[in-house]
Design a protein around this ligand. Structure first.
Ligand SMILES: NC(=O)c1ccc[n+]([C@@H]2O[C@H](COP(=O)([O-])OP(=O)(O)OC[C@H]3O[C@@H](n4cnc5c(N)ncnc54)[C@H](OP(=O)(O)O)[C@@H]3O)[C@@H](O)[C@H]2O)c1
Length: 325
């Protein structure tokens, strides 16, 4: 009886469409994996270099299958193998800091591999084409490269949809943590104090957006959709941080080159990286992070568990320390 039941369960499991997630232990990937698994509607396969890490083992326990492949150039055959049998793939490109410039090529290899493996639908984590929008005035290749990958995917014989993630709340923990000066946390921000910017928690917001799209492919085929948790200024983020944690905190500008280097002297060795961060920030301030015609409400409408900055601080109980993900 019990073996009959477990056979039925195994068949049902096998019938669920398989979604393969690139960068499955990254912030976006992990969120996508958790949400798809918890929905009970999909099987999940994930690509990571760390198949034996505790995070990977925990995902495997939840039913995910893991494949070891780096997200580097020259692995297209491995990507094809990893995507084989998948109904859909969620593609992201990892942060590729200058002077490395292979993001576009990597995205193309991933997309080509999905087509070659016979995948039905790609969701790619894209961003706006800063080069086109600013007519070359602002330098933000990690945006433009993603937009060019998206343009390329749209030419392929495969259905596709695109999510555009807002600035991550986690940047403040991971890349630009505050510095303790006396008893006050000084937050270096690459955005002006009162500039209202879109922010999001990639760890909880990516999955619901990806699930929503895979659940209604007809509706979302060809669509590009922002994923946003809050529209909030740096000063409002700090005021909220003070209210939630009870700690003293102030804004400190890192919006100009000199200010950026004052806060992050280690960036002096990477002039291109400084230009890229400042180019992105100036683009966001002068042109808007998202194109004017984007639907800024969609992600919050389809995910009523979207968290704003205050909820993010309460949930994580973050006190200003540097964290790695
Ligand atoms: N920060 C923001 O505000 C923001 C906003 C919008 C978009 N984005 C974009 O989001 C992307 C990053 O996404 P994420 O933060 O979700 O990723 P993440 O947490 O940095 O994780 C990326 C994953 O890629 C995997 N990886 C495999 N090969 C790699 C390689 N050669 N170099 C680096 N990573 C490699 C790593 O997994 P293993 O170690 O397990 O192999 C890692 O877990 C970037 O393209 C960035 O431009 C960022």
């Amino acid at each position: 009886m019990s073996s009959h039941l477990s056979t039925n369960k195994a068949i049902k499991q096998k019938d669920k469409p398989l979604i393969t997630i690139v960068g499955v232990l990254g912030k976006q990937g992990l969120s996508a994996a958790h949400t798809l698994l918890q929905s009970g509607k999909y099987r999940v396969r994930g690509i990571t270099r760390r198949v034996n890490s505790p995070e990977a083992l925990s995902l495997a326990e939840q039913g995910a299958q893991l494949v070891s492949t780096p997200l580097n150039l020259g692995y297209k055959k491995d990507f094809v193998k990893a995507f084989q049998g998948s109904h859909g793939v969620f593609l992201m490109t990892p942060s590729i800091a200058p002077p490395q410039i292979h993001e576009l090529e990597l995205g193309i290899q991933l997309a080509d591999a999905a087509v070659e493996a016979g995948v039905q639908h790609i969701i790619f984590s894209s961003l706006e084409n800063v080069d086109k929008i600013t007519k070359g005035k602002k330098f933000a290749p990690h945006f433009t490269d993603k937009a060019e990958i998206e343009e390329y995917i749209r030419t392929l014989p495969i259905a596709s949809s695109f999510i555009y993630m807002a600035f991550f709340y986690t940047n403040l923990m991971e890349f630009y943590p505050p510095c303790l000066v006396g008893d006050t946390l000084e937050f270096p921000f690459y955005l002006p104090k009162d500039f209202l910017a879109p922010f999001v928690d990639p760890l909880t917001a990516t999955g619901p957006a990806v699930l929503e799209i895979f659940s209604d492919l007809n509706r979302y085929s060809g669509k590009a959709l922002p994923v946003i948790g809050d529209m909030i200024s740096p000063q409002q983020m700090i005021d909220t941080f003070i209210a939630v944690t009870g700690r003293k905190a102030v804004y400190s500008s890192a919006f100009t080159r000199n200010q950026m280097l004052l806060h992050f002297p280690e960036f002096k060795n990477n002039e291109l990286l400084v230009s890229e961060i400042l180019g992105m920030a100036e683009y966001a301030v002068e042109y808007g992070y998202f194109r004017k015609d984007r639907d800024l409400l969609w992600s919050r409408q389809v995910n009523n568990k979207t968290i704003n900055w205050e909820q993010f601080l309460r949930n994580t109980q973050w006190q200003g320390e540097k964290l790695l993900f």
